[in-house]
Design a protein around this ligand. Structure first.
Ligand code: ADP
Length: 540
């Protein structure tokens, strides 16, 4: 027997309409690419999203058409999230930090009809424009006064595009399973793969992320998302903020510690969101200038494991709870978080940090398990570890334009991560399956070693890779970028690690380097290093 309830569709246009109706005066503050701070309200954002919808319709865009963006976190990018998806088109947020070949691949593969780009990316787009297919025009996200000289063709100024349009627009109703946005994985090997989100998956994800056990968003929350809108929809927070009427503070292109702190100081966010490298920059700046984070209560960190030293510094110097989140492009992106509980308040502080280092409990809607290489499920006992599998309505079913499912025979998606699940439900990432070091049949976590090594004050950044070994197959080697003004030796580092990791985990060598390679999303890029150092121990 079916229930007797209405079949309302979950549509992204509904979020911005709701924000306008119930949280009209909630603010959106942006550091603009042009420089000044811009400030307006959800009511303004809703009006301009409708002007944009009218403009896009006049450009001839039709339901299902794709529009690319190369843009920072600002109010104009926010309007694109709603204006484009709202008319049934798809917003393809392209990560400008990718290599030019990857950008070209993504823009062509996505069939983008128009590109909306920030001033910062005009030159970048000029450099690849000859290899782009099917682009009808490029809209520059600025006003007439700031329009640049460019060799790009069919260039339109964003403010001119929407200026004359009506603020009235009747958002179309359609199936909530309609595609809304498209993000590509960074693709450290092979071409990037597209994940095509739907209105339904996006709204469910935003709803879940805003609940108390995750970001705990309400109309009293002031959020500073440093996590970029050009990658994994800024963890869904632009949608969640519209749903709840939370104030948004967008950092624009200035992500260094001083600029981020300036916004924190003036706008008083209580919730920060970003990857560990951004917080390293902020903490460093605060240390140098002897300042503290007074308004901030929580910081959500994810995208890579947060080192214990960072969790501790946020807590002890700034009274900020660092909440670990885990997820990936294929998961909309968040799937787990380690939120603060009453039990944590009563815990020994070191035990609490142990818990905060774990990636957290699954949200409602996400099923999660671990399995061995044959697909047999492993016990969730906090000891066994294996391939981390997920399923749920916010997880990819197949990659964009693929005719093959991304699920296994039992409907699981293999995350490519190796993890443990503890009896009380906390998931702990051990490593990426391709990064784990297989030493004499046992596994060593490169992440654990790296995070322990960065606890040494002389270490700026650490990277552990497995290299070939005659007896043990693979052994860990630790690459270190020294901290500014520090000069640790190999023995200092090994001595520091000695009582912190199992003896057989100790790296076989410590190599000091000037810099380490990163992916476009700021993660260590280990593929090239593995090739470079493959025979390092054998030839030694
Ligand atoms: P990319 O495009 O670089 O793959 P994603 O954001 O999709 O970007 O990367 C997802 C991967 O990042 C995960 O599979 C996991 O390996 C890693 N990751 C994300 N969050 C965490 C975390 N909190 N701790 C450890 N690893 C994480």
């Amino acid at each position: 027997m079916l229930g007797n309830m209405m079949q309302g569709q979950l549509l992204i246009s509904g979020l911005i309409e709701h924000a306008e109706a119930y949280h009209a005066d909630a603010e959106i503050v942006s550091r603009t690419v042009e420089g000044p701070i811009h400030r307006y309200t959800f009511s303004d954002a809703a009006k301009r999203s409708r002007q944009l919808a009218n403009a896009l319709t006049k450009l001839g865009l039709e339901k299902g058409d794709t529009i690319g963006t190369l843009a920072w976190n600002t109010y104009r990018h926010f309007e694109l999230y709603f204006g484009v998806s709202g008319i049934g088109c798809v917003v393809n947020t392209v990560n400008p930090r990718l290599f030019p070949e990857q950008l070209t691949y993504i823009i062509n593969h996505a069939d983008n009809k128009y590109l909306f780009i920030d001033l910062s990316f005009v030159e970048l787009l000029e450099s690849i424009s000859a290899s782009l297919n099917g682009i009808k025009g490029v809209v520059i996200l600025t006003d007439n006064d700031n329009m640049p000289e460019t060799t790009l063709e069919n260039v339109i100024c964003y403010e001119d595009l929407i200026a004359a349009e009506s603020e009235d627009f009747s958002w179309p109703e359609f199936d909530e399973n309609t595609a809304s946005s498209l993000c590509y994985t960074s693709g450290t090997t092979g071409d990037p793969k597209g994940v095509l989100y739907s209105h339904r998956s996006t709204i469910l994800h935003a709803w879940i992320v805003s609940t108390g056990n995750v970001a705990n968003v309400s109309s009293s929350t002031v959020i500073l998302p440093v996590v970029p809108m050009f990658h994994v929809n800024a963890w869904g927070i632009p949608y969640a903020a519209a749903m709840l009427g939370a104030k948004l503070v967008f950092p624009g292109p200035a992500l260094d510690g001083a600029s981020v702190f300036e916004l924190i100081d003036s706008e008083k966010p209580d919730l920060l969101m970003g990857v560990p490298t951004v917080w390293l920059g902020l903490l460093q700046y605060l240390k140098e200038t002897n300042q503290t984070l007074d308004s901030v209560k929580n910081a959500l960190v994810g995208g890579a494991a947060a080192p214990r030293a960072m969790i501790q510094e946020f807590e002890e110097k700034h009274d900020v709870f660092l909440m670990h989140g885990w997820g990936m492009t294929e998961m909309s992106p968040l799937g787990t978080a380690t939120s603060r509980t009453d039990a944590m308040d009563d815990m020994d502080i070191e035990d609490r940090y142990d818990l905060q280092q774990k990636q957290g409990k699954a949200f409602f809607g996400l099923e999660m398990t671990i399995a061995d290489d044959e697909g047999n499920e492993l016990p969730k006992d906090g000891v066994a570890f294996g391939r981390l599998l997920v399923k749920g309505p916010t997880i990819v079913e197949r990659y964009f334009k693929s005719n093959q499912s991304a699920m296994d025979a039992n409907g699981w998606f293999d995350t490519g991560d190796v993890a443990k699940i503890h009896p009380e439900g906390y998931m702990e990432i051990v490593d990426r399956s391709k990064d784990v070091i297989k030493s004499g049949g046992e596994w060593i976590s490169s992440i654990d070693l790296e995070n322990t090594a960065v606890g040494h004050p002389g270490v700026g950044e650490a990277c552990v890779i497995g290299v070939l070994h005659e007896k043990w197959d693979e052994r860990p080697v630790l690459l270190i970028v020294k901290a500014a003004d520090a000069d640790p030796t190999k023995d200092d580092i090994l001595g520091y690690l000695e009582d912190k990791v199992a003896k057989w985990w100790l790296p076989d060598d410590v190599i000091f380097v000037n810099e380490l390679p990163h992916t476009a999303t700021g993660k260590l890029l280990k593929t090239n290093l593995r090739d470079e150092y493959k025979n390092y121990l054998i030839n030694k």
